[in-house]
Design a protein around this ligand. Structure first.
Ligand SMILES: NC(=O)c1ccc[n+]([C@@H]2O[C@H](COP(=O)([O-])OP(=O)(O)OC[C@H]3O[C@@H](n4cnc5c(N)ncnc54)[C@H](O)[C@@H]3O)[C@@H](O)[C@H]2O)c1
Length: 364
């Protein structure tokens, strides 16, 4: 029998089942939600902003690009005929700037709270990690890891502030698989922007790859415990998508392959924001393709119209940690379980005595 520690761990994980992408959601479920998004002035961010505002949400955009952010807010307000989008200047690498963004967003919120926070701001640029520059100097100067600051430190700041403001959202309840999207607008939802580079290495971009792996680690860890604050956390992992972020050089390298589309990222993000029953899940977004799936769950690329095929750009990576789906984890977790079983209740009791002694400063 598993020890109380193992039982407690399993009970602590709150994750909804894999998303069935054949079941539709209603974008109108975002109506009346208040959504804060970083980096919302262009790319996916702007796509989210337009779609959510059109469907009745109020969106507060924090971005360093004042020109694009202001123009977007004015344009969408005109289109929707209401104060659906607000722009606030924010540099996500600056703690105080993010603090101000969140405070301003709460002031602008028609109901005085935030239902969803989207940590979307990100950059890609030539990476210096493996390029220290002038090789003739005695020692390289201290580097500025800008990609890490925006794509990781910025995300941590956003996450920290989300865990302060989301639980305070007036009228919101703890997140639940049994919530009723469309009936209850109040929510506590953090949506993280990872990348396929969260799941796989990315050549010549080690800093970007490491930062996005870090976002994945953040997501996997948070989803084990975010429910303690009633907050649900989800993750989007796009493949290369047709935005300004994909440089001409990358486009040359990718030529002949497929780029994903902003509309499909918006579809994935809207499902997460709209459907409050989705807890701790991730979606990968790639080029739209026709596929079939065999009995072992393997996907096959097929021609349009092939019997049993469907068209999709979205994929569930099925990161069901506690089912030990990853090969290494499966083996390693088995060993850990075996250790726990071998030590049994006696081992548990010894450890508990040690833990109490440690807390009292009696045991080191
Ligand atoms: N486009 C892709 O292929 C792709 C693939 C995977 C993941 N992503 C991720 O998706 C997110 C959005 O990317 P995108 O393709 O829409 O890029 P984008 O360049 O079109 O948009 C990024 C936005 O972030 C803003 N921004 C940059 N630095 C900022 C800072 N310090 N503070 C506040 N805002 C800042 C920019 O001004 C811009 O509006 C990023 O996190 C990116 O890493 C993109």
């Amino acid at each position: 029998m598993a020890s109380p520690t193992a039982q407690g761990l399993v009970a602590a994980i709150r994750q909804s089942p894999p998303i069935d992408l054949t079941i539709p959601y209603d974008a109108a479920w975002v109506k009346d939600k208040v959504i804060l998004i970083t980096g919302g002035a262009s790319g996916f961010g702007a796509g989210f902003v337009r779609h959510w505002a059109k469907n009745g949400a109020t969106v507060i955009v924090g971005d360093v690009n004042v020109g694009k952010g202001d123009a977007l807010a004015r344009e969408v307000q005109k289109e929707t005929g209401r104060k659906s989008v607000h722009f606030v200047h924010c540099d996500v690498t600056d703690w105080q700037s993010q603090v101000n963004l969140f405070k301003e967003a709460v002031k602008l919120s028609p109901h005085g709270g935030l239902d969803t926070v989207v940590a979307n701001a990100g950059i890609a640029q030539p990476d210096i990690v493996q390029n220290p520059g002038d090789m003739s100097v005695a020692e390289p100067p201290k580097p500025k890891f800008k990609i890490n600051e925006v794509n990781w430190t910025g995300v941590l700041y956003t996450t920290h502030l989300a865990f302060y403001w989301l639980p305070k959202n007036p009228g919101s309840k703890d997140c639940s698989i049994n919530s009723e999207p469309g009936k209850q607008s109040r929510d506590r939802h953090l949506l993280l922007l990872g990348s396929l580079a969260s799941l796989a290495p990315i050549a010549v971009q080690p800093q970007y790859g490491a930062a996005k792996h870090a976002v994945l680690g953040l997501f996997r860890s948070l989803r084990m415990s975010s429910h303690l604050k009633g907050v649900r956390v989800n993750l989007i992992c796009p493949y290369f998508i047709d935005t300004n972020m994909v440089t001409p050089g990358a486009r040359v390298l990718l030529a002949g392959g497929g780029l994903g589309k902003v509309e499909d990222v918006v579809d994935a993000g809207t499902r997460f924001v709209a459907d409050s029953r989705i807890l701790g899940r991730s979606l990968v977004i790639g080029p739209k393709v026709h596929v079939t799936q065999d009995e072992e769950g393997q996907w096959h690329y097929v021609e349009e119209g092939t019997e049993g095929s469907r068209e999709t750009a979205l994929w569930e990576p099925c990161a069901d940690d506690w089912e030990d789906t990853e090969a290494f984890n499966r083996g390693f977790v088995k060993i850990l379980h075996a250790v726990q079983t071998a030590r049994g209740w006696t081992g548990w009791a010894v450890d508990m005595v040690k833990a109490v002694g440690n807390a009292l400063g009696l045991v080191r």
